[in-house]
Design a protein around this ligand. Structure first.
Ligand SMILES: [Zn+2]
Ligand SMILES: [Zn+2]
Length: 161
């Protein structure tokens, strides 16, 4: 996990502000409040179904429809980031967390976070070259992690014996 960045507002108050500033202002419901608190209690990469299961396990009564709807709003509000990992769509904190990119192990599913200033600069540079106003980018390195590679090598060696 990377070091969280300082933010002036709690995720809850930021989301409340977002809902109130909609063309059609919305109320911050207690289910949403519980959900935001739950999501922001730990940094993870999770998908919607996993979140539904975790919420149920934690004893919170939030409907699946509310979870899905609120996830979309949290992304729109800039609190969560949506991450396309192959077929899977994962979410993670955007608010209060530094910008970073990912390596995704296709063998064990592990997600490794990294920060690289060169990549950040390159993204700005390319956008500028095309007079493009960027709103974000997705960069995921796919492959196999060190542990999985190690396991594969060991297996191959055993197969040869
Ligand atoms: Zn792996
Ligand atoms: Zn991440």
């Amino acid at each position: 996990m990377l070091t969280p960045v300082q933010v002036s507002q709690s995720p809850e108050s930021k989301f409340r502000e977002y809902l109130a500033s909609r063309p059609k202002p919305q109320r911050f419901t207690s289910a949403q409040q519980k959900m935001v608190r739950f999501i922001f209690s730990s940094h993870q990469h999770f998908d919607a179904e996993q979140l539904c299961a975790d919420i149920a396990r934690a004893g919170l009564k939030i409907s699946r429809a509310t979870v899905y709807r609120t996830l979309a709003k949290l992304v729109d509000a800039g609190l969560l980031r949506r991450l396309q990992l192959g077929e899977r769509v994962a979410y993670e904190h955007d608010y209060g967390y530094p910008h970073h990119d990912h390596l995704h192990c296709q063998s064990c599913g592990k997600i490794i976070e990294f920060q690289n200033p060169t990549l950040e600069r390159l993204y700005q540079e390319v956008a500028q070259q095309h007079r493009f106003l960027p709103s974000g980018y997705t960069f995921v390195i796919r492959g196999t992690c060190a542990e999985c590679n190690q396991a594969r090598m060991t297996k191959r060696r055993l197969d040869l014996v």
